[in-house]
Ligand binder design. Structure first.
Ligand code: ATP
Ligand code: MG
Length: 504
């Protein structure tokens, strides 16, 4: 590996409508390194990369590749310089097939201009195989789950012989084994001299895969260095201006009456023999690896899936939930994962996106009164540090993580007795994560029963009274929150240990 600066951005300035979002940012990437670009939501990471990728022009500054000044005026120009971009916002077209998405704008044709479909399908297959993905290249993208769409976005970038690949939060929807494969691939690319810019809010991933880092804060460069020399605490401090405590946030308090009792819930192929209880004021965490069945379990509980056996009691009443509407009536709320894909209305303002009350897939479109709306918006804007200059702009003008914050704020307002959060801090920076945990704990303190689904054990450990570990559709262990470590959770989550008898 050489360390010659392959790419340099010098003193980049950028503003949108008079608001400055990048101030004299200088950023170097060496050949054959994986470079983490870090910072809070709204710090300017995607904007800097959009400039490098030819999506946005800059106001002042310069860009050099191999020591020569270049003008990257559009995405095609970036590609010609060997730069590929995996966007934070999925850029795949639902109404096209997988291979058509992969070759969009660079179709392979015969001399006579006919499309070489077989060749494109074969090349698509080769790349998907490298990522360990088994999908038909002729499948329409609209039929695929979010994680596959993200994998197609990644594959698209790998198709071109790139010298520099920008990965803007490539793993938000990926399962652990998919992340592992991606990292393997990144290391291979690095060995062959390709440079990678890696943006993520998952510090563990960054530590695992990155060589160097650069931190932005409010549009300014605040630090850079080699990953080995720094510990994550130092980097966190650079990002949010303070350390974040690893301590548990919940206080012991007495729970109220039992609100939910689940007995022997099974759904073939998804989960089996699930039993647990939940009381008012309790936060229960369900964790495990991808494919552990936790999402399917709670989608069933919420009435999205009808084919299950077993009993559900809500407030001691045997309840048959076969439609989300019934779940809501019975006092349940579900905050789904992949919210940005499913829950944002792009051409609606920030403030209306927040106050739009919706539960699950059927929207009630009940707007709360203007004054109250403004007050609640102001509250969350401060609490979650939502970076928005004018709440009346459409939500797509916000950074990715700030959009997530707006949606999660909306859900924190939903008034149900039992509330289930699937992956509550997806795409959210480490400082705001902490505040979301506080908000969830305070919901429990107000007497709500809360369920958290997350594959991040530290998050579960921080806020849950009771922890259930799942493996291949079964609960393999359950613990009091204060009685277990991350390592123990992992050994049950990977199936290397199980104590099914202890559960109850
Ligand atoms: N098209 C746009 N129009 C107006 N403002 C924009 C636009 N794109 C980005 N911004 C603003 O620029 C700032 C930086 O946003 P950017 O998307 O670069 O943040 P980020 O560091 O990628 O954050 P995240 O971690 O949330 O993805 C934000 O305040 C955002 O609102
Ligand atoms: Mg971003």
């Amino acid at each position: 590996m050489t360390t010659s600066p392959f790419m340099t951005m010098n003193n980049i300035d950028k503003s949108f409508n008079g608001v400055s979002v990048l101030k004299k940012v200088t950023f170097h990437v060496a050949q054959g390194e994986i470079h983490a670009l870090l910072g809070e939501n709204g710090a300017g990471k995607s904007t800097l990369m959009n400039i490098l990728g030819g999506v946005h022009p800059f106001d002042n500054g310069s860009i050099q590749i191999n020591g020569e000044e270049v003008k990257i005026t559009n995405p095609r120009a970036a590609q010609e310089y060997g730069i590929s971009f995996i966007h934070q916002e999925l850029n795949v077209v639902s109404d096209l097939r997988v291979y058509e998405n992969m070759f969009l704008g660079s179709e392979i044709r015969t001399r006579y201009g006919f499309l070489k479909v077989d060749e494109m399908c074969q090349k698509t297959n080769e790349i998907l195989a490298k990522l360990g993905v088994d999908i038909d290249p002729k499948e329409y993208v609209r039929n695929l789950e979010t994680s596959y769409k993200q994998l197609i976005e990644i594959s698209k970038a790998l198709l071109h012989k790139s010298k520099l690949i920008i990965m803007d939060e490539p793993t938000t929807s990926l399962a652990d084994h998919e992340v592992k494969r991606l990292f393997g691939l990144m290391n291979n690319l690095k060995q062959s001299g390709v440079s990678i810019i890696y943006i993520s809010h998952k510090l563990k991933e960054i530590k695992e895969v990155c060589d160097r880092y650069t931190v932005l804060r409010d549009g300014e460069l605040v630090g850079n260095g080699s990953m080995e020399e720094e510990n994550l605490d130092t980097i966190t401090k650079l990002m949010v201006g303070k350390s974040i405590s690893q301590e548990r946030l919940i206080q012991k308090h007495t729970f109220g009456s039992e609100v939910l009792e689940v007995n022997n819930l099974s759904s073939p192929g998804s989960f089996s023999n699930i039993s647990f209880t939940l009381k008012k004021g309790e936060i229960a965490g369900f964790t495990g690896l991808a494919g552990d069945g936790r999402t399917e379990l709670f989608e069933s509980l919420f009435g999205y899936r009808k084919t299950y056996t077993g009993d559900i009691k809500i407030n001691n009443q045997l309840t048959k939930i076969d439609h989300p509407r019934k779940a809501v009536k019975a006092g349940l709320g579900l905050v789904p994962k992949d919210r940005k894909e499913n829950a944002i209305i792009k051409d609606l303002s920030v403030i209306h996106n927040m106050s739009l009350s919706s539960i699950g897939h059927f929207e009630r479109m009940a707007f709360i009164q203007d004054k109250l709306e403004k007050e609640r918006f102001q509250y969350y804007k401060e609490k979650l540090n939502i970076k928005v200059h004018n709440p009346r702009v459409t939500i797509d003008k916000l950074s990715g993580g700030n959009q997530q914050k707006v949606i999660i704020a909306k859900w924190l307002e939903v008034d149900t007795d039992i509330i289930i959060f699937d992956n509550p801090t997806q795409g959210i920076d480490i400082g705001a994560k902490q505040e979301i945990y506080h908000q969830i704990v305070s919901l429990a303190e107000q007497g709500k029963a809360v369920v958290i689904l997350s594959s991040e054990a530290p998050e579960i450990l921080k806020i849950c009274h009771q922890i259930y570990v799942m493996f291949q559709g079964e609960i393999t262990a359950s613990f009091k929150g204060e009685e277990v470590t991350e390592d123990e959770i992992m050994s049950y989550a990977t199936g290397s240990k199980r104590e099914a008898n202890e559960i109850g």
